[in-house]
Design a protein around this ligand. Sequence first.
Ligand code: MN
Ligand code: MN
Length: 280
Amino acid sequence: MESDKILFADAESSFDYAEFAILGVPFEGTTSFRKGTRLAPTSIRKESYNFETYLFDHGTDLEDVAFHDMGNIKCEGLEEMMGGVGDEVGRILQEKKFPIIVGGEHSLTPPAVSKFGKVGVLILDAHLDFRNKYLNESNSHACSARRVAEHVGVGNVLILGVRSMEKQEREDAHDLGLRYIHANRVRELGIKRILKDLLWNRIYLSLDMDFLDPAYAPGVGNPEPFGLSPLDVKDCINVLAGKLVGFDVCEVSPPFDSGNTSSLAARFVRELIASVWNTR
Ligand code: MN
Ligand code: MN
């Protein structure tokens, strides 16, 4: 592990006593458009100091919750990143803690998910990320949902907020039976209503920040208009809290950010910790 000077706000617990463990993955090896996601874990940590320790909505003070920040893994290349994520997530789960992975690009999700055994994976993303290969790389962030589906079974994956894909991805999704719901449909039905029909009892939540409209989250690698709102993500976290077993937030790109995208990501991490903790 690389020791990073700045740790997530209020992550005062030692690893041994923590119920939640935060892992930074400063990786951008396969990003296709804008670079910068490798800077996100540190940027999100910095922004986390904006917020009160007390989460008014939950009546929870994060000073009362034991969570630990493991710092950033060393990830010069794709192989090293995937190996590191798998090893550390495996260790967190073995110690019966809840992993919170702060990316970095979306390619971190398959190695994380691979450690959970039987689990449903809910992905919030503007993109389908269902290419079999992208720029000759099968572990690209543009292939993350495809690889996740191979780990857990395509029937155990649901993607919400999609509004961009290539034609081949659409055909593959249809052929393989991947379920996804368009951003417009999520807006029309409301995310709570969609989640009510979700029958999984162990859920890994993967949040690609470009799920949000660029008006809320401009600092991402591949911004896509006509997106959803921070309250949709909050509702999702709140509704699923009792079933969540792991979480990642990825694709923040600080060079294109006013600070708001990192700030939102930090707030979602805090929301998740308080929500899950309150169900225990
Ligand atoms: Mn993605
Ligand atoms: Mn995306």
